[in-house]
Design a protein around this ligand. Sequence first.
Ligand code: TRP
Length: 460
Amino acid sequence: MTGKREPIHGQWSGRLAFILAATGSAVGLGNIWKFPYIAGENGGGAFVLVYLVCIAVIGIPIMMAEVMLGRRGRRSPINTMRVLAAEEHAGAYWQWLGWAGVIAGFLILSYYSVIAGWAVAYVFRAGSGLFTGQTADGVQSIFNNLVSEPERLLAWHTLFMVMTMAVVARGVRSGLERAVRLMMPSLFLILLVLLGYAWNSGAFEQGIHFLFHPDFSKITGNGVLIAMGHAFFTLSLGMGAIMVYGSYLPARISIAKTTLVVSLADTAVALMAGMAIFPIVFANGLEPGSGPGLIFQTLPIAFGHMPYGAFFGMLFFVLLVFAAWSSSISLIEPAVAWLVENRGMKRVSASMLAGVVTWLFGLLTVFSFNIWSDFRPLSFIPVFRDSTIFDLLDYLTANVMLPLGGLLIAVFAAWLMSRDSSVDELGMGDGFFYRVWRFLVRYITPVAVSIVFLRAIGIV
Ligand code: TRP
């Protein structure tokens, strides 16, 4: 059995193209919007430390496993799991892992697109000079005005979904591959500018202390689960996005090296965003735990007070939109690839169908911030006492579906797939590094994910 299949949807042009696409998928709202606000809600330092440990011992090895399965299967995650299960004499039910991923992708994109819509709206708000000279209160009421109107949120959400599906319809090579090449370095630079502002804000040390000084009394079992869930979310793991990108990876390229680059870049962006945001939070007497609006209520203060702030602000939100855009396409690609393979649909119609379904689900999130903002569907469960529908969607996907998906990917890659197949596919020989990888994926991931789950529901 050689296990070498031909890709059917095309391939990346090379190593750099894959790194850019995978980094484009990984770096997104998760790094700049979500990481700071959940770190703020969960007490800072200890949360950040748990998150970093999860990236190192769970995230990076699972990313290698997921890319590996994708490249070996060369199909949409559903068909990849079916084909690989047959090849390794495992049960056909493994394709359900692919299905669960498709569902998780729909659910995540449904809220991701609404938040990305906020970022699009902020391009115009920043560009028009609305933030110039604003106080923290002014910036806060600008944010509240936006989210309190369902029609506006719906319009921006619709626009972002159309942008996403337009790129997905064009296929893997054209479009974003080129855009991402330019956007990622620019995003990095503008984060440096923001860091410079934070440095001079008068509360830099306080921000750094909050982010990097671990105080374990501030983190709960649920906080550990959120940190672990975020490691999966930020690296785009556990639902087939990185698997499908792996399926377009040319055969000769080393999976180990490329995934390492992607994870390090992703982590760097998250930490930079945190270091830019928390000093601004403290310098202006804001609450670190103020929730999903955090970056929209802090960064505009910085833009409102720096020279050329309208320009930098607009640029920042443009780049944030691009970061979100290059992530959103990966959330829906597994579903679209499956529709093309199994339903014989054209990419264009497959993208439209998937887009309409996601858009509809997005309404749940749109209304969570206004007409349903007091609706707490699971308030009888203590951890969900204050959770809106949006919070629950986020929790279910990031903290339950992705880690479970990752756990199953680990089990498949390290227990069911033969050693020879993985040595052959990973391309790092079978020496020390391979053995470390296999140990982490075989034992550490399954055990760690299980313990964190059991702790969060109070059993351990
Ligand atoms: N990683 C992206 C971010 O941090 C979001 C994302 C893209 C994602 N594809 C994914 C999350 C697949 C989970 C699974 O913004």
